[in-house]
Design a protein around this ligand. Structure first.
Ligand code: ZN
Ligand code: ZN
Length: 383
């Protein structure tokens, strides 16, 4: 597969998904970056490992640490690459999902390293996602919660993202040593705030690569947040610095953040937190991948609008159209449902769709959302 690295050295082979694989990449400017495939606690997880990246720039940096309970695998990967965990000066967390920061809290304590994350991460550290979701009162949230209560409090429906036992407690006690704001420069690194998949998402730009966390992934399209998750509780925690804090959530925010990274230019290579390697091969990609992700959402917006055009429809109808293979009994149905919500919200905000008090959806006949997805994605759809 073509790529722009000077050299790609597999230091240790892993399995076909890249679990426990250690790779040393040399960028065009000669900088070495170690990629470590840290397995999920359930090694069979289809997401594959979380890729943690180690490199030198103003000290030794680790971008993401992997899930709670996988510290031994992370340490082993670092040692396999010829470093010691105690060499690491700072762990930069791309966003506050447990597969990224789970192993970080003990790692920084054990190794006297610093934890860096976006300011929004630090401010929402103690939030309980599932409780926030339960307290949502909008018509769309009512439908999401109706699904929740029908399916009981199983692990997957109780918590939006999987969280391993002990994770939330470890997180509550964490110190964020540096609260990053967007646009900061640290030596040759540039830290970009790219909210959308998560309100606190950071991308790290270094030489001709960008570490994207879950903001840009090969093979799979990252899950956008819903605007309804921006509650008064979140607003209180973020104010007064984030007067526009609802702009940290939702699909439109996500698309805007994608454009921000796209502007880096196609020569910039993406180093993602998932699927760097899968099915026995590397997925090297550049920021051109972003165009595909935006087109994918443009397609879904059209699909959603088609469903409610004419006779109207419900969130369930939209979810079924977007994810025909997912049934409400599926353990990951809540992800399909919330992804549908993110699309319905964007259509509602752009005036293309109305939401009735009972949650009924009706198309207005306008196509304003095309302005948000952009001309090139819209033109591709028209073909
Ligand atoms: Zn994530
Ligand atoms: Zn992730």
């Amino acid at each position: 597969m073509p790529h722009a690295y000077e050299d790609v050295l597999v230091v240790r082979d892993g399995d076909a998904r890249g679990n426990r694989m250690v790779v040393r990449l040399t960028t065009s400017s000669g900088r070495r970056i170690v990629a470590i495939g840290v397995p999920q606690p359930d090694i069979e997880d289809r997401l594959g490992p979380t890729w943690a990246y180690l490199f030198e720039c103003e000290g030794v940096n680790l971008v993401d640490a992997g899930a709670h309970g996988t510290l031994d695998d992370l340490n082993d990967g670092i040692e396999t690459a010829g470093y010691s965990p105690s060499d690491v000066d700072r762990v930069i967390i791309t966003h506050g999902h447990s597969d990224h920061d789970g192993a970080a809290f003990r790692f920084v304590r054990d190794n006297d390293a610093e934890l860096w994350a976006h300011d929004v991460y630090a401010r929402t550290l103690t939030f309980d996602d599932s409780r926030i979701q339960r307290n949502l009162k909008t018509p769309l949230a009512a439908q999401m919660n109706a699904h929740r209560s029908r399916n009981g409090r199983s692990r997957d429906s109780d918590s939006f993202w999987r969280t391993e036992p002990g994770y939330r407690e470890a997180k509550k006690g964490a110190d964020v040593h540096r609260r990053v704001q967007g646009g900061e420069l640290v030596g040759d690194m540039r830290l970009m705030h790219t909210p959308g998949h998560s309100p606190d998402e950071l991308c790290v730009v270094l030489d001709n690569v960008v570490f994207t966390g879950d903001h840009v992934l090969p093979e799979i399209t990252p899950h956008p947040t819903c605007r309804v998750r921006f509650t008064e509780e979140v607003e209180r925690a973020l104010s007064p610095e984030y007067t526009d804090a609802d702009a940290l959530y939702g699909l439109e925010t996500y698309i805007q953040s994608l454009r921000l990274v796209e502007e880096l230019g196609r020569e910039v290579q993406v180093l993602p937190a998932h699927r760097l390697f899968n099915k026995g091969r590397f997925n090297f990609t550049d920021v051109g991948r972003i165009g595909e992700i935006i087109e994918h959402h443009a397609e879904r917006l059209e699909l959603a609008l088609d469903v409610v055009d004419g006779g109207g429809g419900t969130l369930t109808d939209v979810t079924r159209a977007l994810f025909p293979r997912q049934t409400p009994e599926s353990p990951v149905y809540h992800l399909a449902l919330t992804e549908a919500v993110a699309h319905v919200e964007l259509l509602h905000e752009s005036g293309d769709l109305e939401i009735a008090g009972d949650g009924g959806l009706r198309a207005t006949g306008s196509r304003n959302h095309l302005r948000i997805v952009g001309e090139s994605a819209a033109a591709k759809l028209a073909k």
